[in-house]
Design a protein around this ligand. Sequence first.
Ligand code: HAM
Length: 460
Amino acid sequence: MVNDQKHIDEYFETEEEIEGEGKTPPFQTPKGVHDILPHDHEFHTYIKKIVRHRSRQAGFKRISTPIFEFTEVFKRTIGEATDIVSKEMYTFEDKKGRSLTLKPEGTASICRAYIQHNMKDLPQPVELFYYEPHFRYDRPQAGRYRQFWQYGFEVIGESDPALDVQSILLAYKIFEDLGIAHTLKLQINNIGDLNSRKVYVEALRDYYFGKERYLSEEDKIRLQKNPLRVLDSKYEDTIILNQSAPKFKDFISPESQAFHEEVLEYLTDLGIEYTENNSLVRGLDYYNQTVYEFWDEKKGAQNSVGGGGRYDGLIEMLGGQPTPAIGFAMGIERVIAQMKRHKVRVPSKDDLHVFVAQLGREAKKICIPLINQLRDRGVRSMGALGKGAIKNQLKIADKFKAPYCILIGLTEVRDQTAIIRNMIKGSQRTVKMSEVVDEIIKSVGKENLDFYNPQDPIDL
Ligand code: HAM
């Protein structure tokens, strides 16, 4: 539990240090994945509360798709030449030899579900959100993990620049609620409609024709499968070649240009600052028109906290009818890191109100129902019901940071009293046993009691 306050990135450092010395303890998490310890769960819970609230306010309903899908769902949509599909998928065969893949992202699965459950028959647009783990066999480093959580949302069934802006606004509002909006800058681009992309892809093929010998083996495959991916290349010769390649912005149709300008105009009206970034293409092939990401500008693309865009062709790629859509996802670990970096404090409900310490069998007999009664009345209580001396139990209460302690020893059992100790001030007073719960509630404050009403509206 000592490690609880550490940020997850520190675990990787620890793991590597230990590995380096050849002293790896037998059971550690595999590289790139991590436990979510209680301290980080406070962040997850807080973030979940905010994203659920904001999503619900905007008419979204929650969806969960399975952890794995048929591999083809991702191959067809994310694109075979992307890093995600070509290198990063956890793919395995089931016992009947079917190829399955742990979901590397949420959008393709949700579109599969949209088709499978005939959601086209629902009022459009269909608005769905999710908070799920995803898996990519990426090289682990700060902010990049092999299992990571995403909150995301999809708006399926309508196309209008106003929807693109509303999706950006929802993401922005959430960042604002999380206290990090001012640390992020929206990067936005328009990568054209499907037709202008086709024309552009042909222009790229023409450009690289005869220059293949300058390309790496990987880039040659990318050129065959999707020439747009060659533009993402990290190979030096390809990067030089790319500098003179045709530019996307020269191929965008007047309609796309008008669409883009409308989006920018709405953003300006809303006061959301943006950077027009012509090289923003995103790492997934299914996008068209608007694409966007939120960056900490000091850290750049490597630390995109969230990103999304329009994907009007995706549902058709999976065998559905042409259906326009737009969506967004944010990386929860990156959000948490950003919150910690900027010292955003998260209110915690995990702190104890009272620690009950006792001495002797008779006292223990009183303490068990007393703790039960305190909890029923909304007081977060814990009791040392072992055999330790009262002094030691007080030390434990201190470690749990309980602001109050109830002490019951032999004298208190005999007199039907209890001692309430204020652990912060170090003062204490004796009260009647029959009044101890009410007295504690007065000290804790009614507004701080912890109640859960099962009749409250469901918060998924
Ligand atoms: P993405 O940009 O691949 O988009 O991922 C969205 C966010 O997930 C990233 O901005 C980043 O914060 C986080 N993320 C991605 N990979 C990792 C990783 N290995 N470790 C930690 N965090 C990571 C999508 O996934 C699209 N499905 C978003 C979308 C929804 N587009 C339309 N609708």
